[in-house]
Ligand binder design. Structure first.
Ligand SMILES: Nc1ncnc2c1ncn2[C@@H]1O[C@H](COP(=O)(O)OP(=O)(O)OP(=O)(O)O)[C@@H](O)[C@H]1O
Ligand SMILES: [Mg+2]
Length: 137
């Protein structure tokens, strides 16, 4: 099911997801450029208690924020030139230490990505003010 959401609704959905997220979750966000992955990741982080202003991680692979229960890691795999660059990431360490790990462009990490606990996809819709939010698993 694809939910059609305004930006305010998408943010509210992300915050609600973050508030209810189990410790150690690995959340992947698929979707084209500008689909709202970073917007959603920031909302999830807020739901996890992150208060600092989150910046788009497009130019840094891993951002670390302090959440209510522990660190929240936000990764953007867009800049990986090949999946093998994801081999250098300490995925198990991030998952062990993090209260949550949120990954944009997970498909670029290929088989190095551990099994996600929540897979979501954001899509563009004909209405430029709305985005589709789909739970893939
Ligand atoms: N309903 C909506 N939900 C989310 N963002 C929206 C919505 N409507 C408009 N927008 C705008 O779309 C843009 C989404 O940008 P965002 O950086 O979150 O996308 P992204 O998927 O992370 O892109 P990238 O692949 O470049 O990292 C923002 O400028 C936001 O204001
Ligand atoms: Mg982004």
């Amino acid at each position: 099911m694809v939910r059609s959401l305004t930006e305010a609704e998408l943010i509210a959905a992300g915050e609600a997801l973050g508030r209810g997220l189990e410790p150690g979750a690995l959340l992947t966000l698929e979707g084209e450029l500008g689909a709202g992955k970073t917007t959603f990741a920031q909302a999830v982080s807020r739901g996890l208690g992150v208060r600092e202003p989150a910046t788009s991680p497009t130019y840094a692979l891993v951002h670390r924020y302090a959440g209510r229960r522990g660190p929240v890691f936000h990764l953007d795999c867009y800049r990986l030139r090949s999946p093998d660059e994801a081999a250098d990431l300490d995925w198990q360490g991030l998952l062990a230490e993090g209260d949550a790990v949120i990954v944009e462009w997970p498909e670029r990490a290929g088989a190095w990505l551990p099994p996600p606990s929540h897979r979501l996809r954001l899509t563009h819709l004909p209405d430029p003010d709305r985005r589709g939010l789909e739970v893939l698993g």
